[in-house]
Design a protein around this ligand. Structure first.
Ligand code: B4P
Length: 180
């Protein structure tokens, strides 16, 4: 978990590779649907370009389908899901309250987040990495996703980490948490 630009995708792909479990990023899955011009991609595109969350029913159906595939049977790393309390409830309804072992929260201050995302926008041309859309994504995070922090904390399943520093340094902190 973490705001846009906190390093979720960056760290999740390293971690999934290190552990040998699939990295399931809802952002990547949605972008691939947009690129392939699927029905889901056509429905999701405008929400993503505005920096808003794609409607829960679309994303949840996609995640439930993906988690039912064979390679997720021995574990998986979810990146970007759940992103609001309704998604957390849907996941628990489909797979039980214990479906997630641990939520890792990467904490990074807003100025650094904007800098990282603007840099990525320049390098990769992602359409949601423009200043106006980034501001909206940060607001959406505060309003809709941040309440999940208390949810996982109250279930004793939250590890909060400093997401500032080099990518290997942050990765080392994650490994430390998992080893304890
Ligand atoms: P995501 O793909 O999840 O995008 P994100 O929040 O920006 O995080 P991302 O993982 O890409 O970036 P990261 O922090 O790793 O979502 C995109 C959109 O999809 C959403 O806005 C929404 O519309 C939709 N969506 C996705 N999931 C959804 C859901 N569950 N429900 C509804 N809608 C959903 O990295 C950012 C940059 O920082 C990178 O360039 C990276 O290289 C850099 N970086 C990372 N770590 C760094 C470090 N330590 N130091 C310096 N730079 C670093």
């Amino acid at each position: 978990m973490g705001p846009p630009g906190a390093g979720k995708g960056t760290q999740a792909s390293r971690l999934a590779r290190a552990i040998g479990i699939p990295h399931l990023s809802t952002g990547d899955m949605l972008r691939s649907n947009v690129a392939d011009d699927t029905e889901l991609g056509r429905q999701a595109k405008a929400f993503m370009e505005a920096g808003d969350l794609v409607p829960d029913e679309l994303v949840t159906a996609m995640v439930i389908d993906r988690l039912g595939q064979d390679d997720a049977r021995c574990g998986f790393l979810l990146d970007g899901y759940p992103r609001n309390p309704a998604q957390a409830d849907a996941l628990a309804d489909a797979f039980g309250e214990d479906v997630l072992e641990l939520a890792i929260l990467l904490e990074v201050d807003p100025d650094e987040l904007v800098t990282r995302l603007l840099t990525r926008g320049q390098q990769q041309g992602r359409t949601d990495d423009t200043e106006e859309v980034i501001r909206n994504r940060l607001a959406v995070y505060e309003e809709q996703t941040a309440p999940l922090v208390a949810y996982y904390e109250s279930h004793g399943r939250l590890a909060s980490l400093d997401g500032l520093g080099s990518i290997p340094d942050v990765f080392g902190r994650i490994i430390e948490v998992l080893a304890t």
